[in-house]
Design a protein around this ligand. Structure first.
Ligand code: SF4
Ligand code: SF4
Length: 234
């Protein structure tokens, strides 16, 4: 995602939320002094950014139900193979193939990996609006499943990427064992980031998300080829 796009999203977000100017600069790539602070929680390694000059960690919490910006400005909803079955059933489809035909769209797009490498992905995505076409991919659309109360009408079968946001996650080969890694994606659409002196305030969130992120990775059929980047949903 380019800084121009992130800036547009931040400008939109700032109509309703106060964004710390330091965080704004960070998201726009204007702060270079950043180190990675890895925190292992159960089977997942969280990579927390630490701003060395400011001596602050970047942490996150969710403001839902006061916020549902991620559903209001959804860019793409890639589905795992398990999502295809559970969401299809949740929407009362008897056959997953009919669900795929009517409710999803397949797109090919590029993504930056954890080391900055770019990889091309082909994914089956849940349509965010009924008449969605490939040309809408990556644009901000208010999701058709967001109800008038700010809740998801297909919850609890909502896509894995929805409950994962704003985390981005990948697998690495650690001496023959798959290790799950995760970090934040800074798209400029989430007001939940904040600066803190220690990571203590986020410990509970890390504990809650660790099994969720682990399970998502194990179900997603998505894999990282070392030094190659992300490779496909099957
Ligand atoms: S993840 Fe961020 S954008 Fe989404 S509801 Fe929570 S605070 Fe809002
Ligand atoms: S499917 Fe549900 S959780 Fe996901 S973007 Fe749409 S309304 Fe939000």
């Amino acid at each position: 995602m380019s800084h121009v796009e992130i800036e547009k999203s931040l400008n939109f977000l700032e109509k309703d939320w106060d964004i710390d100017p330091v965080l704004r600069d960070f998201m726009l790539g204007k702060i270079q002094e950043v180190t990675d602070y890895p925190v292992k929680v159960k089977d997942v390694i969280f990579h927390i950014p630490f701003l060395t000059k400011e001596k602050k960690y970047i942490l996150w919490k969710c403001y839902w139900p006061d916020c549902h910006n991620c559903c209001n400005r959804q860019g793409r909803l890639p589905l795992t193979s398990e999502d295809l079955i559970t969401i299809g059933k949740g929407m009362k489809y008897q056959k997953t193939s009919d669900f795929i035909k009517n409710e999803t769209i397949t797109t090919t797009w590029s993504e930056s990996g954890p080391s900055g490498q770019t990889a091309t992905m082909t994914t089956i995505n849940l349509k965010r609006k009924t008449d969605e076409t490939a040309a809408d991919d990556g644009t901000h659309v208010s999701c058709r499943f967001l109800d008038g109360e700010g809740a998801c009408s297909i919850h609890p079968t909502r896509p894995g990427v929805c409950y994962l946001y704003p985390f981005s996650t990948w697998l690495e080969n650690e001496k023959g064992k798959a290790r799950v890694h995760t970090t934040f994606q800074f798209t400029g659409d989430c007001p939940g980031f904040y600066l803190a002196d220690t990571i203590d305030q986020m410990k509970q969130v890390l504990k809650e998300y660790s099994p969720v992120i682990y399970d998502y990775n194990m179900k997603s059929n998505r894999t990282t080829r070392e030094n190659f980047g992300f490779v496909s949903f099957s």
